[in-house]
Design a protein around this ligand. Structure first.
Ligand code: SF4
Length: 298
């Protein structure tokens, strides 16, 4: 994990600045999870510690992109799309590389009511015969049993899909409410590794709604304009832990730590003077006492 050692000085929201402020899709997600974390990051430059990069996921993303690009160039339907009865082809557009650049570009739009510029990098876009864009996201995992979107935490995947749908709509595209997760699942039931990891691939549809996004953007802007740190998420263990740490460190200063009862004050040891010291004869280690080879010493 990368722990921040000092506050970030760049990409900070300044309420006095009239220029549009750029925010990535992940910051909308952060805001929906915890307004305090969002504020600390975007206003004050204290971001959450980053986890290690998921190199295997990136490898899967790259390979899937290459595979779908072959069909994009030929405007043919990928066998997976056929297998799942999806009447579409990978969308061919001059901005595809830009939209896929999650770090610097992506698909973006200036949301005029808030003056926030929102952007996000997509994995893929398909298009159906009606000319509707289909947002596609690649996911990689390794678990037993069928993959579903039912786990509670996967709400963030659904929101992610809905934000991408919204971004494309704001850019003037007709977008299907149904997007797809191309989910690859690393198989663990092979007899041996043999230097190869095999995957099952599932295409999972998700029908989203972007109705919530406008309201959340307004709340985000209001939050950023305030000069007070909002409350944290009530069910988050991290801030409670930090609070506990702060209290402990404030009250248990080195002086007070020394007041912590010691064993001697609870149970008085017998006075040494009262115990008659017995002279213990020094024992000579005879040949018979010495550990023998192969003898168990413990
Ligand atoms: S409550 Fe949790 S998520 Fe929110 S600021 Fe604290 S650590 Fe971050």
């Amino acid at each position: 994990m990368g722990f921040p050692t000092k506050k970030r000085q760049w990409y900070l929201f300044d309420p006095r600045d009239k220029n549009p402020f750029k925010l990535s899709r992940s910051k909308i997600e952060l805001f929906t999870q915890c307004q305090r974390c969002f504020y600390l990051d975007v206003r004050l430059g204290v971001g959450r510690p980053k986890g290690p990069p998921f190199a295997l996921n990136s490898a899967v993303d790259t390979l899937l992109k290459k595979e779908f690009d072959i069909h994009r160039a030929k405007q043919t339907t990928h066998p997976l799309m056929k297998a799942y009865g999806i009447d579409a082809v990978p969308f061919e557009h001059e901005k595809m590389e830009e939209w896929r650049d999650a770090l610097k570009r992506g698909v973006g739009i200036l949301h005029k009511p808030t003056n926030l510029f929102l952007r996000g990098g997509i994995d893929d876009v398909w298009v159906n015969p009606a000319g509707e864009l289909i947002i596609v996201d690649y996911k990689a995992t390794s678990k037993e049993g069928p993959i579903t979107l039912d786990d509670e935490w996967k709400i963030q995947y659904k929101r992610q899909m809905e934000i991408y749908q919204w971004l494309f709509r704001q850019n003037g595209f007709k977008v299907s409410d149904t997007g797809y997760f191309v989910y690859v699942n690393g198989k663990t039931d092979r007899k041996s590794f043999d230097g190869r990891l095999e995957f099952d691939v599932a295409v999972i549809p998700y029908t989203g709604s972007d109705d919530w996004i406008e309201g959340v953007l307004t709340e985000m802007k209001e939050c950023l304009m305030k000069n007070e740190i909002p409350n944290g998420a009530p069910d988050c263990e991290v801030c409670s832990y930090v609070e506990l740490l702060k209290n402990e460190m404030a009250f248990n200063t080195p002086d007070s730590v020394s007041d912590v009862p010691r064993v001697s004050s609870v149970q008085k040891p017998a006075k040494i003077s009262a115990v008659k010291k017995k002279a213990v004869p020094k024992k000579k280690i005879s040949e018979t006492d010495a550990p023998k080879p192969n003898q168990n010493l413990f």
